[in-house]
Design a protein around this ligand. Structure first.
Ligand code: ATP
Length: 238
């Protein structure tokens, strides 16, 4: 299977603080790649660096056959990378439908925005029921669905999902994971950042564990030894 994105020896951080230390990983086309790791390990920073939201200090990012490190975010979006950010970042004072249509505004997908809206509503029937409501009136789980629906409206080639289960009740987390699994079965390429190890392992094809801005484990999800993962996750000396 072809690699859709390859990150090589990437360094990035904030001001005087470097967070990612020569991190290398990749995601195969049509697979769900999961990035696990404790708080502050650098997972969100990695997503931001890929999206061009913070500068890449050194290293390479190859997406769909070309080098994209330090491309502006709008070029990444135009190239087909969408990020469903931690915290969801929905427009609370707009309706559910207008939030979705914002995703459909990307030039590549704009001609099919109405059709993609129906596809999003098929996947998230609750959003259809609430399409004229303000987004601020949604539950946390519905807001996560909205953020995912908005991302899908962009017709992405690569979907980056940052901690979708954050702050959600267990039953809602299951719903979110079921949707990610369905997207995976549709052959979409997904990078999922998660702290919920057990849930993530249920849907992942490949797993990376990131700690201290480095990859400390890279394995097919089916081969992951939970005890070893646990030890590496909580180790004190990395
Ligand atoms: P979490 O699950 O808590 O989001 P994470 O693995 O995604 O963890 P990051 O959010 O990437 O971790 O944070 C990595 C490090 O960078 C942390 O030490 C954090 O304090 C720091 N950091 C994150 N954002 C900023 C910022 N805007 N300015 C300065 N430091 C930051």
């Amino acid at each position: 299977m072809a690699k859709l994105i390859e990150v090589e020896a990437l360094r990035a951080g904030y001001g005087a603080i470097n967070v990612l230390w020569d991190i290398s990983l990749s995601a195969e086309e049509g697979k769900l790649t999961c990035i696990l790791g404790p708080n502050g390990g650098g997972k969100t920073t990695l997503m931001r660096a890929i999206m061009g939201l913070i500068p890449v200090r050194s290293g390479k990012i190859r997406f769909n056959g070309h080098e994209v490190a330090n491309l502006p975010t709008w070029d990444m979006v135009a190239d087909g990378v969408t990020m469903i950010p931690e915290g969801r970042m929905i427009f609370r004072d707009m309706t559910v439908e207008d939030n979705l249509l914002i995703g459909g505004f990307v030039r590549r997908a704009r001609p099919r925005a109405r059709k993609n809206l129906e596809i999003a509503y098929d996947m998230f029937p609750r959003l259809k029921e609430r399409r004229h409501q303000l987004a601020s009136s949604l539950s946390g789980g519905e807001m996560q669905m909205l953020a995912m629906g908005r991302g899908l409206m962009e017709e992405p080639k690569l979907i980056l999902v940052d901690e979708p289960s954050l702050g959600l009740a267990p039953v809602v987390v299951d719903e979110v994971m079921t949707i990610l699994d369905r997207l995976r079965q549709q052959g979409r390429t997904i990078i999922l950042v998660e702290q919920n190890t057990n849930k993530a392992l249920e849907v992942a094809d490949h797993v990376y564990l990131v700690r201290g801005g480095k990859v400390v484990l890279s394995e097919p999800a089916a081969n992951v030894d939970l005890d070893r993962l646990h030890d590496l996750y909580f180790a004190r000396d990395i």
